[in-house]
Design a protein around this ligand. Structure first.
Ligand code: NAI
Ligand code: MG
Length: 365
C-alpha cells in the first residue's frame, strides 16, 4: 500500500503554504508514480472553531497511525482571548507529547542564491548543509525539582538538568540513523567538563556509536560548538545535543542561512512497527497573521519540510534532493517572495507563483 501522510494545514498562512506542497505531492503522484495516501484534517484555531478543541481525538488517533504528519502553522490574534487549555498551540503540543517526539531536527541549509543574505561571509555559508538534532522531551526544561522557593531570607529559582540513560540512548540513535542517511559524521555536544549529565551523555552516545561503526563520532563542549558553528559550520554534518543547548544552537545555526520563510523542521519519535520513526514535519515559522490571506507567504519552508519527510520517513532521498534542487533553481532564477527581497527593483512573486515555479523546475529536471 502507499505510504500515508496526514496533512494539517492549520491557521493563517498554514493553508496557503500547504496548498503549494499539495501541488508537489500531486506532481510526484502523476509524473513519478510516487503516490501517497493523503488525508487532511484540522489543527489549531480552525479545529477549535469547529470542535471546541484545538485537536480532536479522532485527529490525534489518525496522527498516531500514519507514516508521517505534515503541519502548516497554528494560531492567530482571534484566538488570543481563549483559555490556555484550548489555545491553538495546545493542539501542536498535544501532537508532540502524545506521539512522544523526542528528537527535533533543525537543518541549516544554504541555497547558493541566498548566500549573500547571510550575516556571515559568503564562503563560510555557501553550500552549507548541516542538521542539528535537539533532544526535545527532557532535560532542564522538565527536570524536578523545579520552582521558586524560600531559602533563608530570600528566594531561589531552581531548575534541574536531568537525563536518564534511556533518554540519551534513544535520541542518540535517531541522530546516528540520520547520520547514516547523510554524511556519516556525528558531533555530540554537551558540557562534560562541568556537568554530570554531560558526562553521562558522552558515555551513552559513545556506547550507542558502537552500533554504528560507519559513522565518524566526535564530541565537543557546547560552548566551543557555538564558536565553531559560526567560525566554520561546514566542518559539521549532524550535531546531537540536549534540549537546552539544542534550543540555542539550532536557532544560531538557522540564522546562518537567512529567512524564517526558508526553514523546515522535523520532530521524530520511536520507530513504529514498519521501522519508520513517528514523525511530524513543519516549517519553523508561525501563522504570520500580518501577511495571511494576501498571497505573500513564502511556501519554501513548508515545501522543504515535505522534502525532509521524503528523506527521513519515506526513504526517498533522491526525490528529496530533487525538490531541494528545484528550490535552488528558482532562487537562482531570481524568484523571490517578499520576505526574501534584498535587491532593489526586484518584483516579489506570490505564494502560488513560487509553488508553480518549483513544480515547473521539477518537471524540467
Ligand atoms: P511568525 O513566524 O508567524 O511570524 C514572524 C514574522 O515572520 C512575521 O512578520 C511574518 O510575516 C514573517 N513570516 C513568517 N513566516 C513567513 C513565511 N512563510 N513567508 C513570509 N514571511 C513569513 O511568528 P509570530 O508573528 O510570532 O506568531 C504569529 C502566530 O503564529 C502566533 O499566533 C503564534 O502563536 C503562532 N506561532 C505558531 C507556530 C507554529 O505553528 N509552529 C510557531 C510560532 C508562532
Ligand atoms: Mg528557541
Amino acid at each position: 500500500s502507499n505510504p500515508s501522510l496526514l496533512i494539517l494545514p492549520g491557521d493563517g498562512i498554514g493553508p496557503e503554504v500547504m496548498a503549494e506542497v499539495s501541488k508537489i505531492i500531486d506532481w510526484f503522484g502523476a509524473k513519478r508514480g510516487l503516490k501517497f495516501d493523503v488525508s487532511e484534517d484540522l489543527v489549531g484555531g480552525c479545529a477549535y472553531d469547529k470542535h471546541g478543541t484545538p485537536l480532536h481525538d479522532d485527529t490525534m488517533a489518525k496522527a498516531q497511525e500514519v507514516d508521517a504528519v505534515l503541519l502548516g502553522a497554528v494560531g492567530g490574534p482571534k484566538y488570543d482571548v481563549l483559555d490556555f487549555s484550548v489555545k491553538p498551540e495546545r493542539g501542536l503540543l498535544r501532537l508532540r507529547k502524545e506521539m512522544d517526539l523526542y528528537a527535533n531536527l533543525r537543518p541549516a541549509q544554504c541555497f547558493d542564491a541566498l548566500a549573500d543574505f547571510s550575516s556571515l561571509k559568503k564562503d563560510v555559508v555557501a553550500g552549507l548543509d548541516i542538521m542539528i538534532v535537539r533532544e526535545l522531551t527532557s532535560g532542564v526544561y522538565f527536570g524536578e525539582p523545579r520552582g521558586i522557593f524560600e531559602e533563608g531570607n530570600e528566594r531561589v529559582g531552581i531548575n534541574t538538568q536531568r537525563y536518564t540513560e534511556s533518554e540519551i540512548d534513544r535520541v542518540a540513535r535517531s541522530a546516528f540513523e540520520l547520520a547514516m542517511k547523510r554524511g556519516k559524521k556525528l558531533c555530540s555536544m554537551e558540557k562534560a567538563n562541568v556537568m554530570e549529565s554531560g558526562i553521562l551523555w558522552r558515555e551513552v552516545v559513545t556506547e550507542v556509536g558502537k552500533d554504528y561503526p560507519e559513522v565518524e563520532l566526535s564530541h565537543m563542549y557546547a560552548d566551543a560548538g557555538a564558536m565553531q558553528l559560526t567560525r566554520w559550520p561546514k566542518q559539521f554534518d549532524v550535531i546531537v545535543t540536549d534540549n537546552l543547548f539544542g534550543d540555542l544552537l539550532s536557532d544560531l545555526a538557522a540564522m546562518l542561512t537567512g529567512s524564517l520563510g526558508m526553514l523546515p523542521s522535523a520532530s521524530l519519535g520511536a520507530p513504529m512497527e514498519n521501522g519508520r520513526p513517528k514523525a511530524l514535519y513543519e516549517p519553523v515559522h508561525g501563522s504570520a497573521p500580518d501577511i495571511a490571506g494576501q498571497g505573500k507567504a513564502n511556501p519554501i519552508a513548508c515545501i522543504l519540510s515535505f522534502a525532509m519527510a521524503l528523506r527521513y520517513s519515506f526513504d526517498k532521498g533522491d526525490e528529496a534532493a530533487r525538490v531541494e534542487e528545484a528550490v535552488n533553481a528558482v532562487l537562482a532564477d531570481g524568484l523571490r517572495t517578499a520576505d526574501l527581497l534584498g535587491e532593489e527593483g526586484v518584483q516579489p512573486v506570490s505564494t502560488s507563483e513560487m509553488g508553480d515555479a518549483i513544480v515547473a523546475k521539477l518537471e524540467a529536471s
